[in-house]
Write a protein that binds this ligand. Structure first.
Ligand code: SAM
Ligand code: 2KA
Ligand code: SF4
Ligand code: MG
Length: 241
């Protein structure tokens, strides 16, 4: 891979953003390959597990933007950079080129790797990982991500909640960073296949979402917003939607 190459797992859309602060917005997704974490419940193992490495392609920023242009018919919209951990990749040039054409950029990351080009984003979604993931958040790196972004992008937190311990973690994370809007997302238990294509367990998701809403309300945490993964409700665990 050359210095400026970006490792891409998949580019798809337009679809709607299914999660968090931009929910419902028409979006093209650029999913990079490779992650420094390995969450037990990751729903995107095909962009994480190195056994999928030969499906990841090195692409230049120009080639990615050309694909985004193709998919969007040249009409600017939101481009969501996700992964894997997109912060591993050199995305500054793609963001600069795309913004020059009117595209807006959002990026989803766990907050483990700060980059100076975070400041060029429109939206930064930081998703620190709760206990159920099996990963421990690195708060120093998380704070370095906030500092790198500065005041330019809208930075929010999106925290996956499976259980009461995750909920307590979310409260603590929010207390550490009271300036950030918080989105709570009920966890979706994928069945462990590396690239799940099966229907989601909608009953279990609804039950977890009800529990989470009841918990937030009983707790009086009125600054939190609770949202499902809309794309999972509509299309299950299918890829590319
Ligand atoms: C696949 S990750 C990729 C970006 C980055 N690595 C991260 O974790 O933020 C995108 C979002 O999906 C969430 N996510 C992953 N697996 C999930 C699951 N099983 N249920 C609910 N959300 C999940 C992550 O927490 C993150 O907010
Ligand atoms: N529609 C849709 N919305 C999403 N929001 C976050 C996604 C992701 O996997 O990062 C995602 C995704 O894969 N599809
Ligand atoms: S940090 Fe994100 S992409 Fe990486 S394993 Fe966890 S959920 Fe999956
Ligand atoms: Mg996903």
């Amino acid at each position: 891979m050359t210095g400026g190459a970006i490792r891409v797992s998949e580019i798809f859309g337009p679809t709607i953003q299914g999660e968090g602060t931009l929910i419902g917005e028409p979006t093209v997704f650029v999913r990079t390959g490779g992650c420094d974490y390995r969450c037990g419940w990751c729903d995107t193992l095909h962009a994480v597990d190195p056994t999928f490495r030969d499906t990841w392609r090195p692409m230049t920023a120009e080639a990615i933007l050309a694909r985004v242009r193709d998919l969007s018919g040249g009409r600017p919209l939101v481009v969501s950079l996700s992964g894997g951990n997109p912060a591993i990749q050199p995305l500054g040039e793609l963001i600069a080129l795309g913004r020059g054409e009117g595209y807006r950029f959002a990026l989803e990351t766990q907050g483990s790797i700060p980059r100076d080009w975070f400041a060029a984003l429109d939206t930064l979604v930081l998703s620190p990982k709760p206990p159920s993931s099996g990963m421990a958040p690195d708060w120093q790196a998380f704070e370095a991500c906030l500092a790198a972004a500065g005041a330019a992008p809208r930075t929010v937190m999106k925290i996956v909640v499976f259980d009461a311990a995750d909920y307590r973690f979310a409260r603590e994370a929010a207390a550490r960073h009271p300036q950030l809007a918080v989105f709570l997302q009920p966890g979706n238990l994928v069945t462990g296949k590396a690239s799940p294509d099966e229907a989601a367990d909608l009953e279990a998701l609804a039950a977890r979402m009800r529990w989470l809403v009841e918990t937030v309300i009983a707790d009086g945490w009125f600054a939190a917003r609770v949202l499902p993964q809309l794309h999972v409700l509509l299309w299950g665990n299918r890829r590319g939607v």
